[in-house]
Write a protein that binds this ligand. Structure first.
Ligand code: AP5
Length: 232
């Protein structure tokens, strides 16, 4: 899943993975889980990654690629895989293609979600997350039943450190500079599917599934597909 911070990649991944029967790998979630490792027990690479995340900067390609490589088993899951927030640079996309080739598989499609920039800022500023079970809420569009309390596990909701205004602008700038070239990368290799991500989350999920079906992505035997970029 490709798209700017706050476009709804994580929200859609939670809906799509059970529908498609795929494994879901979010590089952001993996790094955030590293936050629970106590100070002094983290590897230097994890410390560097967490520092970059807090500032809203991208983690270096080497660290991210190593981390995905360590989880290469995910790419061989029987039902296929759904990558959320990876790749984010052309170097990562090239490394992913090589890794998939080594694993005897390939990427069927890159689903690119788009919304106006102001919507991104509203979504990021109002997001609240549960550090215990990773559930995601929004103070306006998806409020928890009890303010500040997770519906799923009753954990206390928090605002992500990188959802402060300073980090949001750094993240959007990092996206513009490093990740937007991937739109062309996947368009040129006929794997780009563009999905409008405005509107109710269920509608966006249905749009995505319909587009994947129209594109003839077959998750189980890597069947044929139309060789053209598409917009739903
Ligand atoms: P990551 O966790 O991947 O963050 P991100 O890409 O910035 O994406 P977000 O999680 O902020 O947003 P999202 O698109 O998933 O939106 P969500 O569904 O939560 O990465 C964090 C950091 O880790 C990076 O900044 C970087 O430092 C590092 N990192 C990770 N991967 C890396 C990589 N490959 N290379 C280098 N560094 C990497 O939705 C947002 C809010 O909107 C929620 O509150 C949700 O409820 C709400 N919402 C969602 N959909 C809708 C809708 N349709 N209508 C109304 N509200 C909605």
């Amino acid at each position: 899943l490709l798209g700017p911070p706050g476009v709804g990649k994580g929200t859609q991944a939670e809906k799509l993975a059970p529908e498609l029967g795929t494994c879901h790998l979010s590089t952001g979630d993996v790094f955030r889980q590293g936050q629970i490792v106590p100070d002094g027990q983290r590897s230097p690479a994890l410390d560097t990654a967490l520092g970059a995340m807090r500032r809203g900067e991208l983690v270096s390609d080497d660290i991210v690629i190593d981390m995905v490589r360590e989880r290469a088993g995910c790419l061989r899951c029987r039902g296929g895989f759904l990558l959320d927030g990876f790749p984010r640079t052309v170097a990562q996309a090239e490394a992913l293609d090589s890794l998939l080739e080594e694993q005897g598989t390939h990427l069927d499609a890159a689903v690119y979600y788009t919304v106006p920039r102001q919507t991104l800022i509203e979504r990021l500023s109002g997001r609240r997350t549960c550090p215990s079970c990773n559930a995601v809420f929004h103070i306006a569009s998806r409020p928890p039943r009890l303010p500040g309390i997770c519906d799923d596990c009753s954990g206390r909701l928090v605002q992500r450190a990188d959802d402060c205004p300073e980090s949001i602008s750094v993240r959007l700038a990092a996206y513009d500079q490093n990740t937007t070239p991937l739109i062309d990368y996947y368009r040129k290799t006929n794997r780009l599917l563009v999905v409008e991500a405005d509107g109710p989350t269920d509608t966006i999920c249905m749009r995505t599934l319909a587009l994947l079906a129209e594109y003839k992505v077959d998750y189980h035997d890597n069947g044929d597909r139309n060789a053209r970029p598409a917009t739903f």
